[in-house]
Design a protein around this ligand. Sequence first.
Ligand code: ACO
Length: 330
Amino acid sequence: MTRTEPRSAILGTGSAVPSAVVTNDDLAKIVDTTDEWITTRTGIKERRVLEEDKAASDLARLASERALENAGLEVADLDAIIVGTCTADYQFPSLACVLEAKLGAKDVFSFDVNAACSGFLNALSVADMFVRSGRIRKALVVGTDVLSRFLDWQDRSTCILFGDGAGAAVLGVSDDDRGILSARLQTDGSYAETLYVRAGGSKRPATVETVENREHSIFMNGKEVFKVAVRSMEEISRRVLGEAELCVEDVSLVVPHQANRRIITALAARLCIPMEKVIVNLHKYGNTSAASIPVALDEVRREGRIAAGDIVLLNAFGAGFAWGAAVIRF
Ligand code: ACO
């Protein structure tokens, strides 16, 4: 295939998780659950929870600084900062603007995209289009979420699933064969109330009643999420591979959204990809929403598990429902 437009490539990655660890046994002290139940149903053993005096932008800043260092670049080299998050520091302005100031970036444009757990893939895809169009040369792409602040710690069906974290990637013009070969996003808004936070938005602003009813934390129909997630991630993964003129056998590594080990193994089975090629780190961090893919990607890059020329498939699914996939040659 002849290339007609520039491609964008990942020049560096970084990640950050809080230091405080909450184990399944810790949770068993506050809700009626067990390490055995959580491990067998989800694969999660522990998660990180952010310190009270910190916000999502603090984790994002650390991950971003590490990604810039890994890329050998300075903040001044950036043209744009695009953040995937559903737990920004404020309702407005965007976390990206807060992050921009914390990093000391100048002469950039910054904004958030909210696609919940799919946020990093959405941000990556938007940044990829800016780079490929020639409008910018370098973008900082971040996925960060602090879902511990939006959990009902008395609801055993949700509080066991999530953790906090941030991951970042620096995207720039590729001067060779490396880069994002294909990226695709999709949504189905008819599932909006299958996984959501009921109150705190314009539909149901915060009142004493919404707080007393515990409406500011995650509500989820887990079984429905599970079913649609596996099917949708399989379909979109096959589509991006097809668009890149690759097949499943060409994939060196899959870095999926880390929601639940059973979702990941079901997806791998449907794609006929052996689990040795599938990255799983959710036992350490739980579901970190938009951070899960960039944190996992950063870990595997630092462990030296991605070689030059490797084809890496990213796929995500989250509230909306919103899902996406990207195929990248490293
Ligand atoms: N400990 C012990 N028992 C529990 C717990 C718990 N933490 N949570 C629920 N149970 C109980 C339920 O009350 C229920 O009891 P009952 O039969 O007496 O009513 C029983 O366990 C079975 O509950 P289910 O909800 O049917 O359990 P299921 O096997 O579906 O597992 C889970 C729940 C893990 C949430 C599963 O549905 C799932 O993985 N869904 C995917 C959702 C997900 O990962 N969401 C993350 C956000 S979206 C995303 O990132 C893709």
